[in-house]
Design a binder for this molecule. Structure first.
Ligand SMILES: NC(=O)c1ccc[n+]([C@@H]2O[C@H](COP(=O)([O-])OP(=O)(O)OC[C@H]3O[C@@H](n4cnc5c(N)ncnc54)[C@H](OP(=O)(O)O)[C@@H]3O)[C@@H](O)[C@H]2O)c1
Length: 268
């Protein structure tokens, strides 16, 4: 029996994935930092679907914790055939408004942990069987994003890296899907950020259940890069026609306005 490791399982999108996969009898290893929330989710999934669910709480910014997660699975003889790289730190706000530690933590969750987990998962897999990655990136990966620069840059790394990995290892039965959604109604902060974008926010956004379902269906079909919603695909294609500095200027203005509106400040 092979398991799917789902990171960020207790968050908005993570929980939607956990329910979707448990319903389909996929054996799961769920991870997040909060042990109590993980236990609650495990109980819910067992009760609702009689699901086969293991949990392991760890901080993905910590290299030792990541190694311990895989040591735990080895000790319990859990073999993975899929990783859903979903955990992410959605860091909004000006670069200098955050501490050095906060900025670095976002890089560690969004980039460093993905690289480390990919390597640990690949080196402990059964190489005779196919192996799958489903990576939750973001449409923010498509352009520089002033006032949310670390987030966009880390998602850009993640997209490039996981697409490369899929191509590099395709002859070793390794398949990689990268999902690039725009807004997802998960945390209160994201709901407010989407609202502040007006009609464009509505047109580009999804509920967590819709996002999980679209990502999963595309992943099962073997799609490599998935941008949900035609409006987002249009934005993605349009972004290819502008220079990076122009995109930074346009996106930066829009994002600064959205953030000031949410803080109740006047924007010129
Ligand atoms: N929401 C959106 O609008 C949106 C749009 C595009 C892409 N995405 C991407 O979708 C993914 C899920 O987002 P979401 O909105 O569901 O986020 P969320 O509700 O904030 O959930 C984040 C999850 O990641 C876990 N996590 C965060 N830091 C961690 C750490 N250091 N170690 C271990 N786990 C950690 C959290 O666990 P704990 O709570 O236990 O720490 C939580 O389970 C992210 O990769 C995000 O970038 C989101």
């Amino acid at each position: 029996m092979y398991y799917t490791l789902l990171t960020g399982a207790t968050g908005g999108l993570g929980m939607a994935f956990a329910h979707l996969l448990a319903k389909q009898n996929e054996p799961l290893v769920l991870t997040a930092t909060n042990a109590q929330k993980l236990e609650q989710l495990q109980n819910q999934l067992k009760e609702a679907y009689n699901a086969n669910v293991e949990i392991y709480a760890c901080d993905l910014t910590n290299e030792d914790n990541r190694t311990q997660l895989f040591a735990y699975m080895q000790q319990k003889q859990i073999m993975l055939h899929r990783v859903i790289l979903n955990a992410g730190c959605i860091l909004e706000g000006d670069f200098l408004s955050h501490s050095i530690e906060t900025n670095l933590q976002a890089v560690r969750v969004n980039v460093e942990s993905a690289v480390h987990i990919a390597q640990l998962a690949l080196s402990s897999r059964n190489a005779q069987e196919p192996f799958y990655f489903l990576t939750i990136s973001s449409l923010a990966a498509a352009y520089p994003m002033p006032h949310m620069g670390i987030y966009a840059a880390t998602k850009s790394f993640l997209t490039s890296f996981m697409l490369s990995l899929g191509e590099e290892l395709k002859h070793q039965q390794v398949h990689s899907t990268v999902f690039m959604p725009s807004g997802i109604y998960t945390t209160q902060a994201m709901v407010e950020a989407i609202r502040s974008q007006g009609w464009a926010g509505k047109k580009s956004s999804l509920t967590a259940e819709q996002a999980a379902s679209l990502a999963w269906e595309a992943h099962k079909k073997g799609k490599k890069l998935v941008i949900p919603k035609s409006f987002n695909r249009f934005l993605y294609k349009a972004s290819k026609f502008a220079s990076a500095p122009t995109l930074a200027q346009v996106v930066g203005k829009r994002w600064a306005k959205s953030q000031k509106q949410r803080k109740g400040e006047h924007y010129e």
